[in-house]
Each structure stands twice: as C-alpha cells, then as structure tokens.
Design a protein around this ligand. Structure first.
Ligand SMILES: [Cu+2]
Length: 166
C-alpha cells in the first residue's frame, strides 16, 4: 500500500511538471497600462526588465484608441523609431509567440508614439539566438505534442492507480 501511494505521488508530480513544461506564460504587455503612450518614457523598459521571458511564453498587446505593433529587427531601428521596415500589425490584440531565444524589439508606428516611449525590448532566455534550448518552431511543436501525450498517459496511470487503490 505504501509503495502504491509513493507511485501515485510521483505520477502526480510528473504530471504537474509536464503541464508546466507545455504551457507558457501569457504576458499582457504593460500590465494594467496596456499598450499606449506611457506617462513615463521608460515605462515599458522597466516593465520588461521585471519579467523573465522564456521560449513558449507569449506576449499580448492590448490597447484602446489607435495603436499598432511593429517588430523591428535591429536595435538601431528601435532606438531611432524607424517605422518603415516591415508591416505593422493593428489587429487588437496582437499576440506574439516567443518561439526562440533572442532580443526582440517592438514599437508603435502611429504618430510620435514610439518617440514618446511606446516601444519595448523583449529579452527571451539569455537574449541570444546562438544558444537556444529549442530553436525551431517545428521542433517545439513536436516536443509539445510528445509532452502532451506523456501527460495524458501519466494522467491515465494516476486514475488507474487511484482505481486500484480504492
Ligand atoms: Cu501608439
């Protein structure tokens, strides 16, 4: 009986760990402020600095009024608020899945918003794309599928053990 209990506890822990591995965090950019012109120009920088973004997490840009989201690929473009490289997404909310380590830059292209501080730098993992734990979205999807399957099997075993025990 004692052995069975140990196994059940082990399986419950395994399931909890696997669930944690498959479901990333969803970050609402700016929290309660949302995506807007901040009162303080460094607001989004501070906000992002307080988070620890990992592969598998996602960002959600929500706003009221008129804004958009453009990913710029260089720090130079980010610092200078260059709005012409790429197509901004204005489908509110904009959800971005963080699928690899690296440093990513997002700005609003409406009027002077970016210059007024509506811009954010997102550092995923160690911030470098050279040593990602999982670099390919396809691999990530495949891993998630495998982990989900293991989770389902483990959950079934827990149910089976419970059934045998009681
Ligand atoms: Cu804006």
């Amino acid at each position: 009986m004692a052995i069975r209990m140990d196994r059940i506890v082990f399986l419950i822990i395994a399931v909890a760990l696997l669930e944690g591995a498959t479901s990333g965090k969803n970050y609402k950019v700016g929290d309660a402020v949302g995506w807007s012109i901040p009162q303080n120009k460094s607001y989004y920088e501070s906000w992002a600095g307080d988070q620890k973004f990992e592969v598998g997490d996602s960002l959600e840009f929500n706003w009221t009024g008129t804004h958009d989201v453009l990913e710029v690929t260089t720090k130079t473009d980010y610092d200078a608020c260059v709005k012409t490289n790429g197509t901004p997404n204005n489908t509110n909310p904009v959800t971005i899945n963080l699928i690899k380590n690296g440093t990513f830059y997002y700005i609003c292209t409406i009027g002077p918003h970016c210059d007024l501080g509506q811009k954010v730098t997102i550092v995923v993992g160690n911030g470098s794309s050279s040593s990602p734990p999982i670099s390919m979205p396809n691999n990530h999807a495949a891993l998630s599928a495998v982990l989900s399957t293991i989770t389902i099997v483990a959950a079934s075993l827990v149910h089976l053990c419970s059934f045998l025990l009681y």
